[in-house]
Design a protein. Sequence first.
Length: 276
Amino acid sequence: MHEDVKVTLEREYSPSSVAPDYRKTVAAYAAESANVLGARAHRRLAYGAAVDEYSIVFDAASSDRRLMFVFIHGGYWQELAADDSCFPAAGFLARGISYAAVNYTLAPNATIEEMIGQCGCAIEELTREYPDTNLVLAGSSAGAHLAAMQAVRMPESADVRHRVVGSILISGIYDLRPLTHTYINAPLKLDPIRAHIVSPALLPVRQVAPTLVCWGEHETAEFKRQSAEHAERLAKYGVPVERLEVAGRNHFDILFDLANPASQLGKAVDNLLGGL
């Protein structure tokens, strides 16, 4: 690959290139999550034997909604954890919606295929533990990829497939092939064949729950393109899709609007939840 093309790809797939204060934002994830964990009752629900295989669950008070918002964190499959992803919980609990943050093993200690499987196991465990509750599956960045992959591998079991009633994909990557030419791939070790196999943009969709595909105004052109094209592809499979570019937000700070019903993103989330 020509060096100029490689440099362009690395810039386009580096969301921090258009978010200079991203480290402060990521630090705020952890700080605000710690506050929520300290103030709200929660539990760790294991979905496997490994130390990384758990979800942090916040149960809503008695509610007729019987709905749980399940969030898969980003970090390019290499950083962050469920413990950094609890800050939206309070906003959903206030509306009678339970919240779960899914943890998974990071690269290089796990392959992307293994992470996809872990997230699937987490979802299955939540459906077993909460048999009367439907799930809305959400993810950001790499987490949006992992959430989107569930829609192409969702088991036929009614206990899982038909219990995931909505999806929210935020600033995701859905075709991983370009990453094989970048520094991002160093711990992932994807080759072109494996990158194809784990790209939801290249695989048939099996789950057609209503989906919100969104991204920040201040994202790179490639992140915007990937989201827009994935939304278009979902629509071709008959998925009810809403596309949204969130004004004034970037790849990182967009998450602070997720559970804020007064924000542009929060209103779109409420619109999706209200139709379930």
